[in-house]
Write a protein that binds this ligand. Structure first.
Ligand SMILES: [Zn+2]
Length: 576
């Protein structure tokens, strides 16, 4: 746990405008700054950064957050890592407080250090190995590409790493997967006589290695095992290096191997990434779809490659969103992306990517191949096979399209396909609720306390009517009540992470972007709104008492109610 006070200090120290500007050049726009959103693809800027409130908001995709949130989202890293990154940028040291597990954090840091020392060693060895250099040249790789991907070489020999790590028996080497221990307890290097490709996470830490055999030998590719740093189903090779190209093309090319990615980059195709010895997972797809609108899978042309493509399709379905597109390139059987681009060149490869088979076509074609559509049984089987896939799809539009085409292919009616697949028939989404023209009093209050969060301490909780904003107001009240002195929106925002009121508060904060801030005005408006609330409350109370008095006579009221009734009656003559 990082202490809350540190987060506040950090947010006060970091200027979000400088921070965002170092990633995405910002332009002044009125009181705020604007840019094209780094989190979705757009032509006109709807990404806005508020220098006074220290948050960003995108009116296009709803991305919203503080400096910490920006680093998390932009780099795809967790809260703690983002805090560390910002702290080191601004020369602050993250304190270690209760609940912090030094052995665990120490272990991660230790492992990162071990991996980076190993990588430096491998890099050095590549320079010294004519054999490895020759191999790279043969594959058409330049020194520039080798440097870009941090390529190295693990020489032949059983314990070369002992030269780098005098404590060859340290646990960290085993945990990091750099050495293997046999049953007799003897250790040896995992990677021997291999071209070494470091796998780097978005933070720039080396979390694993891929090793490509130089001559003949098995296995051709050897990866680090899963370690505390490296989880295959989450990581993509080449993502940090591809970032700019992903933005430029709005397309990610997913290949099966890092040598494909490197060969494509060498040929000028920079937007490729690779899964690491595992099928494409929904997590991979989600990660990529946060950066691009289109993913093109480009696997080997052989049987195994086609099988991998189908598994990628199955695993991607649940991660699909309606305006995102997935497509598949099927290379000639004897080719992989690496050999294909070396033989046919970039233009031809680009053409393959542009003309890739859309997911729906691939899905239907593959299913149709499995069934004999000339027979009734085959047509039924088609629907049977399609059912689990359709059920995975969260996107109503694509699902509807597929249902229509399945109906065509099978000869069933569309409704029959829907019934057989147990799909609820598609209903267009309800139109967004119309905005109330006059904001309610509680909505007004929410806006004001986000302008000046200290006011939230003064909210009269018992007076707040049961409106949509009430839970958010109560939350802000309790958060601010726990603090002394000034508190910024950004600091509050960080404490809202994961709470149910988060989205509503973000939305209300976004409305502040167009408004000038005048502290005295905010105070006055706050009092005024509370006054109206009290009036409304009194009026309701008075009406209740009045109704009771009319029904049962004044004698029907308790002594207390009678007193209150008379008080209200006399204090508000206009209300009788
Ligand atoms: Zn956006």
């Amino acid at each position: 746990m990082i202490p809350e006070s540190f987060i506040q200090d950090l947010l006060a120290r970091v200027d979000i405008v400088d921070l965002v500007d170092s990633y995405v050049p910002l332009k002044k726009a009125g009181a705020n700054y604007a840019a094209c959103c780094p989190f979705h693809n757009e032509k006109t800027p709807s990404f806005t950064v508020s220098p006074t409130k220290q948050f960003y908001h995108c009116f296009g995709c709803g991305a919203h957050g503080t400096a910490i949130g920006f680093v998390m989202e932009y780099q795809g890293i967790g809260f703690v890592d983002a805090v560390r990154e910002l702290a080191s940028r601004s020369g602050m040291t993250v304190p270690e407080s209760e609940g912090f597990k030094p052995e665990q954090a120490g272990q991660t840091r230790n492992l990162v250090e071990v991996m980076s020392r190993a990588a430096a060693h491998y890099k050095e060895q590549l320079k010294r190995s004519p054999k490895a250099i020759e191999y790279c040249k043969k594959r058409g790789l330049t020194g520039e590409i080798a440097a870009r991907y941090g390529m190295g070489y693990a020489p032949d020999g059983w314990q070369n790493l002992q030269a780098v790590f005098p404590e060859y028996h340290a646990d960290a080497l085993l945990t990091a997967g750099l050495v293997i221990e046999n049953e007799a307890g003897r250790r040896y290097d995992r990677f021997r006589d291999r071209l070494m490709i470091p796998i780097i996470n978005p933070k720039g830490d080396i979390i694993a290695f891929g090793g490509r055999v130089i001559d003949q030998g098995e296995p051709k590719y050897l990866n680090s095992p899963e370690t505390p740093l490296f989880e295959k189903g989450r990581e993509l090779f080449g993502l940090p290096q591809a970032r700019q190209a992903l933005r430029d093309t709005d397309t990610a090319i997913v290949t099966e191997g890092y040598m494909d990615v490197i060969a494509l980059a060498q040929a000028g195709v920079g937007n490729a990434v690779a899964t690491l010895g595992t099928a494409t997972t929904a997590t991979h797809v989600q990660k990529l779809l946060r950066q691009v609108d289109r993913i093109v899978f480009c696997f080997d042309g052989d049987r195994a490659g086609r099988k991998a493509a189908w598994r990628a399709l199955e695993n991607s379905l649940e991660a699909l969103v309606d305006n995102k597109r997935l497509a598949f390139v099927f290379l000639p059987a004897e080719h992989d992306p690496d050999s294909y681009i070396r033989e046919f060149g970039k233009a031809e490869f680009d053409r393959q990517v542009t003309q890739a088979t859309p997911l729906s076509d691939f899905l239907l074609r593959e299913l149709a191949n499995r069934c004999d559509l000339t027979s009734a049984e085959g047509k039924a089987q088609l629907i049977y096979e399609a059912k689990p896939l359709l059920l995975k799809l969260p996107t109503p539009l694509l699902r509807l399209q597929l249902v229509k085409r399945l109906a065509e292919a099978s000869g069933f009616a569309q409704e029959e396909v829907e019934r057989l697949c147990e799909l609820k028939s598609y209903a267009p989404p309800a139109p967004p609720r119309a905005r109330r023209v006059a904001p309610s009093l509680t909505r007004n209050l929410l806006r004001i306390v986000l302008q000046k969060p200290a006011l939230a301490r003064e909210l009269p909780c018992e007076l707040l009517p049961d409106t949509a904003e009430r839970p958010a107001l109560l939350r802000l009240h309790s958060l601010t009540a726990a603090h002394e002195g000034e508190i910024s929106y950004a600091a509050l925002r960080e404490q809202l992470r994961g709470l149910p009121e988060e989205a509503q508060i973000e939305e209300a904060a976004a409305e502040l972007l167009g408004l000038p801030f005048d502290e005295a005005e905010a105070d006055a408006e706050f009092r005024d709104t509370l006054e109206k609330l009290r009036d409304g409350e009194q009026k309701r109370h008075f009406e209740q008492l009045q109704a009771k008095a009319q029904q049962f006579g004044v004698a029907g009221l308790s002594a207390e109610e009678k007193q209150r009734y008379i008080q209200l009656l006399t204090s508000r003559p206009d209300r009788s």
